[in-house]
Design a protein around this ligand. Structure first.
Ligand SMILES: Cc1cc2nc3c(=O)[nH]c(=O)nc-3n(C[C@H](O)[C@H](O)[C@H](O)COP(=O)(O)OP(=O)(O)OC[C@H]3O[C@@H](n4cnc5c(N)ncnc54)[C@H](O)[C@@H]3O)c2cc1C
Length: 510
């Protein structure tokens, strides 16, 4: 069986690459391991409620519209802005505001930090200019940065800006914030948009605040899964094919070049171009023969960490039984005061004292819940290693796992109830996902959620900021792991790298 391009995975990135290639007249085959398209941008239904497996909302709506147009999946979309609130024992603030407004809110809450806040927001404004300029004029900046190219003719400042971008990727936000801000709670809010100490690189910090405060985070009128549906339709219209429940097990390399794939059931499909929408670790460490990958690349992929995973509880609720007063935005990052040590209910699986996210997702799309009902998603960061021992194979678990999951879900609901009184009694449907779910259903290495690690040290050894092109000719990457930073946020970065992968594949001569 022979094609022009084979794509491993029908997530956002794979579908975008497939739609663009099919539109350009290429014979495309997309092989998807799961029984559905959309990857983590998938929704599942339970007793009248719909729940999102992954993304709740995203940034850069204009870019998303333009990318969909370019793939033949366009058409008018409208977007609804989402807002973000932090609620801790000390702070209650909606921080998804323009920087000048946010700064004034923070000056009122922290009157002794005025000078530090001025300097932080000045610094942020300068970073915004840099990333806006780079993003607008050189959307593929990082591709060139990795190769040290000079950039467009006549643009004398290009190389200097690229070099500054690379420095920001190495600089830590903690080093910026510690001398400026004395109050740890304020420092954490500015450095993580929550209660965690600042750890990410300055580059990630700039991308994160640009999305949150300037561009905004939005929800599309067709739902996030609706974007995947449109792209899948465009693949079909271009004559491309999507096969579900067909995991790729091995990428064939011949004469040093990509030559096709072998599925888990042993069938071979040949093509001069392979695009992997599977994450990078899975692609290079599992799907390729190590002898086909330059050792330095293999080592960089092995050594560079991913972001962590999470525990997630999906709730279908009777909305009238919940007191929503304290929740002033669609997304609430909430930290409950730690339970008393002698509280019989508190144990090591407790979420008191930890930051959790509460999202009233049905505010975006009322049709995901029956009339009078609501969908709420609760999330808490969680480590894969704490769950790993329960896994016996693909989607199989040791006895007792179900009970552990149910207990964790109950604890998370109980913690969230301190922000939303009445929550437990309002629950009609409850589902839970753990890092193992993101590993086996999301098919992400170690259940990782948000791409490569955001820390300053992490991406240093990777060869360039955009990882669409690989050391193996004919093999390209698409999706959020095809960029070292989620420079447009999750969904748009997945679409953008999918589009870049298609462009690179079209330019490739085997
Ligand atoms: C819990 C969670 C919350 C998130 N929240 C947000 C958010 O709010 N906003 C945002 O913008 N982003 C968010 N993200 C990031 C989100 O995943 C991306 O935005 C987007 O959906 C990623 O698309 P992708 O194409 O990169 O990868 P994926 O969605 O992971 O798609 C990869 C596809 O490849 C398939 N695959 C893997 N291996 C194989 C194989 N061997 N053979 C065949 N198929 C294979 C998988 O089954 C999957 O369908 C979240 C992610 C998670 C997991």
């Amino acid at each position: 069986m022979s094609f022009d391009a084979i794509i491993i995975g029908a997530g956002m990135g794979g579908l975008m690459a497939g739609a663009r290639l099919a539109r350009a007249g290429r014979r495309v085959l997309i092989l998807e391991a799961n029984a559905h398209i959309g990857g983590t941008s998938y929704i599942f239904r339970r007793r009248g409620f719909a729940f999102p497996m992954g993304p709740l909302s995203f940034s850069y709506p204009d870019r998303v519209e333009a990318l969909l147009d370019g793939a033949g999946a366009g058409g008018r979309l409208s977007f609804r802005r989402n807002h973000f609130q932090l609620l801790t024992p000390r702070l209650d603030i909606v921080y998804s505001r323009p920087p000048a407004v946010l700064k004034e809110d923070l000056r009122r809450a922290f009157p002794l930090e005025g000078e530090g806040l001025d300097r932080f927001f000045d610094e942020l404004a300068a970073l915004f200019v840099l990333i806006r300029d780079i993003d607008r004029r050189h959307p593929d900046y990082a591709l060139r940065a990795g190769r040290g190219a000079a950039g467009p003719a006549g643009d004398a400042g290009f190389a200097a800006r690229i070099s500054r971008i690379r420095d920001l990727g190495r600089a830590s936000s903690r080093e910026l914030l510690e001398p400026l801000i004395r109050d740890a709670d304020l420092r954490n809010l500015l450095g993580s948009m929550g209660t965690d100490p600042p750890r990410m690189s300055l580059l990630n910090l700039a991308f994160m605040w640009a999305s949150m405060s300037e561009i905004g985070i939005w929800f599309p009128s067709i739902g996030i899964h609706g974007i995947c549906d449109r792209l899948a339709a465009a693949v079909g219209e271009g004559g491309g094919e999507i096969r579900l429940r067909r995991p790729a097990a091995h990428i064939l390399v011949e004469g040093g070049r990509a030559a096709g794939i072998r599925t888990a059931d042993g069938e071979e499909f040949r093509a001069p171009v392979v695009i992997a929408n599977a994450d990078s670790k899975k692609t290079f460490l599992d799907l390729l023969d190590p002898a086909d990958v330059p050792p330095a690349h293999l080592e960089a992929v092995r050594r560079t960490p991913y972001t962590g995973s999470e525990l997630c509880v999906y709730l279908g609720l009777d909305a009238s039984r919940v007191d929503w007063t304290r929740m002033r935005a669609e997304h609430l990052f909430f930290q409950k005061v730690s339970g008393a040590a002698d509280d019989p209910a508190s144990d090591s699986e407790d979420f008191d004292g930890r930051e959790i996210e509460i999202c009233r997702w049905s505010e975006n799309a009322p049709d995901v819940a029956p009339p009078g009902k609501a969908v709420v998603v609760l999330r808490a960061g969680s480590e894969f290693r704490l769950f790993e021992d329960w896994r016996t194979g693909d989607r199989t678990r040791k006895e007792g796992y179900r009970e552990v999951k149910a207990r964790l879900a109950r604890n998370l609901v109980r913690t969230a109830e301190a922000a939303l009184p009445g929550l437990s009694a309002a629950v009609e449907v409850l589902e839970a996902a753990t890092p193992l779910t993101y590993r086996d259903w999301g098919r992400r290495t170690a259940g990782s959620i948000a791409g490569w690690s955001w820390s300053a040290e992490a991406a240093e050894s990777l060869p360039s900021k955009i990882l669409v092109e690989t050391p193996i000719p004919g093999l390209f990457m698409a999706g959020i792991y095809a960029a070292t930073e989620l420079f447009l946020g999750g969904v748009p970065t997945a679409l953008f790298t999918g589009s870049l992968a298609a462009a690179a594949a079209l330019a490739y001569r085997a």
